[in-house]
Design a protein around this ligand. Structure first.
Ligand SMILES: [Zn+2]
Ligand SMILES: [Zn+2]
Length: 176
């Protein structure tokens, strides 16, 4: 996801970045990764100002919030980033949509803006399907794949004492 700025000449030029075999994590604490991506757009250069815009597509690998099955989802994100040369700045990113680079920066790293653009497209809830039945909190099976005989009511210890007072002990069930 790096662009050699020394090769960018004045004017607007097509920019294609091929990340077919690449992958990057979207954030540190979740298992969300973008793989097999491709950026198609253009880079323009006017004096010291540069701008990258275009479309990023790829496969977002994530896991279902309920059953933890891996989900692959195609994503598409639009990108419009201004690259501003700051005399004193190191390569930092701020504010939104702007990358500040030092005047002697030769390589532009688009990882951060790519990550930010894709995160905007990621739904807050990730479910493998709308009616995902999740993992049984009692026996741990994936209830989409195999049914279990556990009591489907949520576990709430406050009810346990009350319930056992009314339940018939299983030893008294007549056998056939
Ligand atoms: Zn699921
Ligand atoms: Zn169960």
């Amino acid at each position: 996801m790096k662009v050699d700025l020394r090769r960018v000449q004045e004017g607007t030029h097509p920019l294609v970045l091929d990340g077919r075999d690449a992958a990057f994590a979207l954030d540190e604490d979740t298992e969300r990764t973008l793989t097999g991506f491709r950026f198609e757009g253009e880079i323009s250069s006017e004096g010291m100002d540069r701008r990258v815009c275009g479309s990023l597509t790829g496969t977002l690998e994530t896991v279902c919030d309920r059953c933890l099955t891996r989900i692959d989802r195609e994503v598409q994100a639009d990108l419009d980033v201004r690259v501003v040369v700051e005399k004193s700045a190191r390569d930092t990113e701020s504010p939104e949509g702007v990358i500040q680079v030092a005047s002697d920066t030769t390589v532009l790293d688009l990882t951060s803006p790519f990550r930010a653009a894709v995160l905007l497209e990621v739904p807050i809830k990730n479910l493998c399907r709308d009616d995902c039945r999740g993992i049984c909190p009692r026996c741990g099976v994936n209830r989409n794949k195999e049914p279990c005989d556990c009591d489907p009511t949520p576990i709430d210890p406050r009810w346990d004492a009350l319930r056992s007072a009314f339940e018939t002990p299983s030893s008294e069930t007549p056998e056939e």
